[in-house]
Every structure is written in C-alpha cells, then in structure tokens.
Design a protein around this ligand. Structure first.
Ligand SMILES: Nc1ncnc2c1ncn2[C@@H]1O[C@H](COP(=O)(O)OP(=O)(O)OP(=O)(O)O)[C@@H](O)[C@H]1O
Ligand SMILES: [Mg+2]
Length: 399
C-alpha cells in the first residue's frame, strides 16, 4: 500500500449511501475528504476548481445524471480519477460508468477488502500524474577549460535560438557578465535562489528570473562577491533541478574550472558543448577536458565540440583537430570580431540581430542538434497550489 495522501470529493443523492462512503473512507489514513453533497452542479464546479485526486460518484436513483457527470469530469478534469459506486452491480451499469470515464467501480456497501486495492490503484494513478507534471527539461552546459574562447557568447546565442522555453544560467559566480550580453539589468541572482533552496516553488522562480523574451529568461550571477561563499554544490543542483521542471531547456555558462559546483552542473547536464579555438593552448585544454570527462564516466555522445573564431588563415585544419581530439566538430563559428563585439555591445544576440550571418547559422545548427526530440512543455508556467483556492469563496476567482 502506498502512503501518498488522496484528496477525495463525494457525490451522492442518497444520504445513506453518502454516510456509508464517508465511513468507509475514514478507515483509510491516506484519505482526506474535501467535500461531499448531493448537488451535481455544485460538486462538478468544486472538482474543476480544486482538482482532487479522486471523485466518488454514487450512481443512486438518478443514474443517468450521474453518468453524465462522470463523462463531463473525465474530460474537464482528466487528472482527477473518477470512481463510480452503486448498490446495484449489474454489468450494464458498471460498463456504462466505465465507458463514461470512471477508472474504478465500488460496490455499496463498501467492503474494506475492496476499498484498499481501489485506493492503491488511484494512488498509483496520481503518482503517475505528478511524475508527468515534473517532466524535466533538457540541460546543456557551454564549457571550456580555457577563458576567452567565447563560451558566454555561444551560451547566450544558443539560448536565444532554442525553439522552446529556455532559461540561461550564469554560473560564473565571481565574474558573471551575461546581463550585458542580453542588454538586461537584473535585480536578483542565483544567490537569491540558493538562499531559498528547499522552498523554491514556481512562483519564486518566476520572481528571480529576468525575462528577456517570451521564450528566454536569464538567471544572473551574484553582483556582490559576498554571497558566493554560501553557495554549495548541492544547492545549485537543487536549483537546476527545479529549473528543469519549469523550462524546456536550461543553458549553463559555467566557469572554466572543474570546481565542485561546475562538476555538479556538468554531471547534471544532458549535453556539454565544449568550445575551443584553433590555437595550441585551447586544443590542449579541450583534450584535457575530454580526458576528464572520460575519467568521470560521461558518455561520448554527451559532449559536442564547437570550434569558435575559425579562419582560413589558421594553421590547424579541422580534420587534424578532429583526429587529435577523437571527436567530430559539430559546428565551426568563423572569426568575425566586429560583428560579435557589436552584438555584445548592443546587448542583442546575433542569432536575432543578424540571423543570416554565418556565425548565427552555425549556432542554429548547434541548437537544432541539442533540441532533437524536445517537445515544448504545455502549461510550463508556474501554477497556483489548490490550497490557494480553498481559502476563497467559490465566486471569487480574481487574484
Ligand atoms: N566568433 C568570434 N569571432 C570574433 N570574436 C569573438 C568570437 N566569439 C567571441 N569573440 C570575442 O571573444 C571575446 C570573449 O568572448 P566571451 O566572453 O564569450 O568568452 P568566454 O569564454 O565567456 O570568456 P571568459 O573567460 O571571460 O568567460 C569577446 O570579446 C568576443 O567578442
Ligand atoms: Mg564568459
């Protein structure tokens, strides 16, 4: 038997049946009876409003009306499991209620041996609903062991070109500069989120992010050096996990080190975009990063190589680099200092301000490769808990 609590609403036009159901439910510690009554329309409104785990509908004398209610609830509240209940156990009636959308049937008077397994199955159904709601978004870290390779530029542009709800997170706690890349002024930072770890709900997350566009939000690095000391890897892990539940995509810009927070973030990421330029120190540092990734057990497919600031004049050929690193290069961003610096200075991602440029097209290629199979979440925006509604009278729905 699972221990998940089950909120239940009961409809019964017959008072004896209602009392019988209520008494049976009171024997199961998982059950919280939220409300009950004999008014079909009022009960329907209540179920739509509070979305309980289950609604028990007693078929009683007016079975047709009850069957219609089951039909409506199944379409209007698919996350609420409907249980039909009746004294009459004709196959016809049971079938009719199941066809209308009931998940279970309870015979009245309720047999304790039957109720337990029915509630177990409802509990499993509800756990499945929670799991589905917590579908996690994909996470990509844009990383380089060596500074100045263009990771912040690529992370920003990648985040801006992903075709889904994305949050860009600056993990450079000591020198974060992503607000400039997006021309944003930020009020909160990841330090504020970490300070609320354990209590980070959707509403708080929506307060701490800085919106850039309908599809892109930013979480800045702390402005002050002070709060950094208090940031622990497990707190960052938790914040990132919560972000994955709210967004289709989380793009990270970590520092160029293997400190515990960066390692945690890399572990957690589905993809690591390893950025390098075609000079010996950068190629060596990419080689070192790949060795470390192998040692910590990352699958090869997790890492995608991107060459930045490429130009024909560079001595190292791409094939030579692929051979040295043992990995194919996913995209090659040409060197175009003026274009890149202009986009950074005006705070507008190049993929938006100059989408036809070669750099933008290569970044689009990275975005496409990383978003393969991602389907945007529906209703990913923060939702109100139902306790919010319980505190208010039925008619008052305004905020
Ligand atoms: N494709 C490119 N062509 C020319 N210049 C580029 C290109 N990509 C980035 N740059 C320049 O390189 C500089 C460093 O870029 P960026 O800040 O993104 O690198 P980083 O790896 O995040 O550096 P940091 O070590 O400061 O975190 C910037 O001045 C940017 O204009
Ligand atoms: Mg940077």
């Amino acid at each position: 038997m699972t221990t998940q609590s089950l909120s239940i609403v009961v409809l019964s036009t017959d008072l004896d049946n209602f009392n019988e159901i209520r008494a049976a439910l009171s024997t199961d510690s998982r059950v919280k009876l939220l409300s009950g009554g004999n008014d079909v329309e009022q009960l329907r409104e209540e179920v739509v409003r509070i979305k309980p785990s289950a609604a028990i509908i007693s078929l009683g004398a007016n079975a047709d009306q009850a069957i219609k209610l089951i039909e409506r609830l199944s379409t209007e509240c698919p996350k609420t499991a409907v249980i039909s209940a009746a004294q009459e156990t004709s196959a016809d009636l049971i079938l009719q209620s199941l066809r209308a959308g009931a998940r279970e049937f309870l015979r009245l008077p309720i047999d304790a041996g039957e109720l337990g397994p029915v509630l177990d199955r409802i509990s499993e159904f509800c756990a499945g609903q929670i799991q589905a709601a917590k579908k996690t978004g994909r996470m990509a870290a844009v990383f380089s062991c060596k500074g100045g390779c263009g990771t912040s530029f690529l992370a920003t542009n990648l985040a801006a070109s992903l075709p889904a709800r994305t949050v860009l997170v600056d993990l450079n706690f000591e020198a974060g500069d992503l607000p400039q890349f997006l021309g944003l002024r930020t009020k909160y930072s990841i330090a504020d989120m970490v300070a609320r770890h354990g209590n980070l709900d959707d509403r708080l997350i929506s307060v701490f992010v800085t919106p850039y566009s309908t599809n892109l939000d930013l979480i800045a690095a702390p402005k002050e050096v002070d709060p950094v000391d208090k940031i622990e890897p497990e707190h960052v892990f938790e914040v990132l996990q919560r972000l994955r539940e709210c967004y289709d995509f989380v793009v990270l810009d970590p520092p160029h080190t293997f400190d515990p927070i960066t390692l945690t973030a890399l572990d957690q990421s589905d993809h690591i975009v390893l950025v390098l330029t075609l000079d010996l120190p950068a190629i060596r540092s990419a080689q070192r990063a790949l060795q470390i990734f192998e040692r910590v057990g990352y699958p090869r497919a997790k890492v995608r190589l991107v060459v930045n600031r490429w130009s024909k004049q560079i001595d190292f050929g791409l094939e030579q680099v692929e051979k040295t690193l043992g990995e194919p290069v996913l995209a090659t961003l040409p060197s175009d200092y003026q274009t890149v610096v202009d986009s950074i200075n005006i705070g507008a991602p190049l993929v938006k301000s100059n989408s036809r440029s070669k750099i933008a097209r290569e970044i689009e290629r990275v975005a496409q490769a990383l978003s393969e199979g991602v389907s945007p979440k529906i209703g990913a925006k923060p939702k109100r808990p139902w306790s919010f509604f319980l505190k208010r009278p039925a008619a008052e729905k305004k905020e």
